[in-house]
Design a protein around this ligand. Structure first.
Ligand code: SAH
Length: 342
């Protein structure tokens, strides 16, 4: 339940077992109320209603609460019945998609609704979390490129401790948790600590960000495969050779920093100098931008445009198909003409 009321200065009594009542307690506190709690009906005394504007009665299955509504009625205190919180003590890794709320899956939204705590990343859709995860404490563990705000081991520890304390923990990540997202490591750590863990896949930027720029990663008779590569560290010459040899689309994540090494490596491995290359920055944001050039021209073009992370690099003939992208239309038309002329 979402609570929009401002209860500042009001006292609310939340009744019910702590595990069942934990979300309601947090919600009423967030609404500004002074929250008193009562975990067991055996401890109820009429004085507990003194100064209380409202009782939130959590249905924890204990029949001892049955006389409570009548007592509240007699004392003129409003009583609201609420369902118990979903069982906690677990971690859900949620793929948040490429950055906008409307690319969250239905299952991801449900997990956020039920969350007690959300640990979120910089590239996950986090601007609207107060609405998407109304009952949750929101913790930013985002990493700026180059410096880690919270260390990976610390994130894992925090999640595990929070789940062991009975919380329903959501780890919200950009894209899909298992695509360069360290999701696998987090699953292993939770499992080792005996914490139940599940994974909700997300829309990966590897496919969706090229699509945002009108680039299909495969296209009949143009490319029948695509390889997703991390540009976090330079590749070996062997790897460049294999990639160039495949003849399909190459999609690079985290590749802005290693762009010169990567394009030079593919060139050494025999990839055509005029192979089309696109860099799509900040996909799905208001400032999304696409820079298009060729394998040998992209480093200069990216430098001139001051291309920055986060960005996706697409190398392959499919780049020419992006006619929907106004900004690059002129350049693409010239590229298409040059292909037509070949
Ligand atoms: N698990 C994520 C990827 C994490 S690696 C996924 O499946 O999408 C982080 C990299 O993803 C960034 O450096 C960038 O290359 C890419 N990325 C994620 N979101 C992006 C976006 N909205 N626009 C451009 N690139 C993005």
């Amino acid at each position: 339940m979402q609570l929009n009321a401002d209860l500042t200065g009001q006292t609310v009594l939340v009744t019910g077992a702590p595990a069942a009542a934990r979300r309601a307690i947090r919600r009423y506190r967030a609404a500004g109320a002074t929250v008193h709690t009562l975990a067991s009906p055996a401890d109820f005394r009429s004085e507990l209603l003194d100064g209380v504007v409202m009782v939130a009665a959590i249905n924890d299955g204990d029949s001892g609460w049955l006389p409570l509504p009548e007592t509240c009625r007699r004392r003129g205190v409003l009583l609201v019945n609420e369902e118990a919180a979903a069982p906690g003590g677990r971690v859900t890794l949620v793929g948040g998609g490429p950055g906008t709320d409307d690319l969250l899956t239905v299952r991801a939204r449900q997990a956020l609704l039920e969350a007690d705590v959300v640990y979120f990343d910089r590239l996950a859709p986090h601007r609207n979390l107060t609405v998407l995860a109304p009952g949750a404490e929101l913790i930013d563990v985002g990493k700026q490129p180059g410096h880690h705000k919270v260390k990976q081991a610390d994130i894992e520890n925090l999640m595990i401790q929070s789940a062991l304390a009975g919380n329903n923990v959501v780890r919200l990540k950009g894209g899909d948790p298992f695509v360069f997202g360290r999701g696998g490591e987090e699953v292993i750590s939770c499992a080792k600590a005996g914490v139940p863990v599940s994974v909700i896949p997300g829309v990966t930027s590897a496919i969706s960000v090229p699509a945002a720029a009108g680039i299909p990663v495969t296209h009949r008779e143009v490319s029948h495969m695509f390889t997703v590569v991390s540009g976090h560290a330079p590749l070996t010459d062997d790897e460049h050779l294999h990639l160039a040899g495949l003849g399909g689309t190459v999609v690079v994540l985290m590749g802005v920093g290693t762009l010169p090494q990567f394009t030079a490596g593919l060139r050494r491995a025999g990839m055509r100098a005029d192979m089309p290359v696109a860099i799509v920055e900040r996909g799905y944001s208001d400032s999304q931008r696409t820079t298009v050039s060729t394998l040998t021209g992209i480093v200069t073009a990216a430098g001139a445009a001051r291309v920055k992370s986060p960005a996706i690099l697409v190398i392959g003939e499919v780049v020419k198909l992006a006619h929907g992208c106004k900004e690059t239309a002129g350049r693409l038309a010239r590229l298409a003409d040059s292909v037509g002329a070949q």
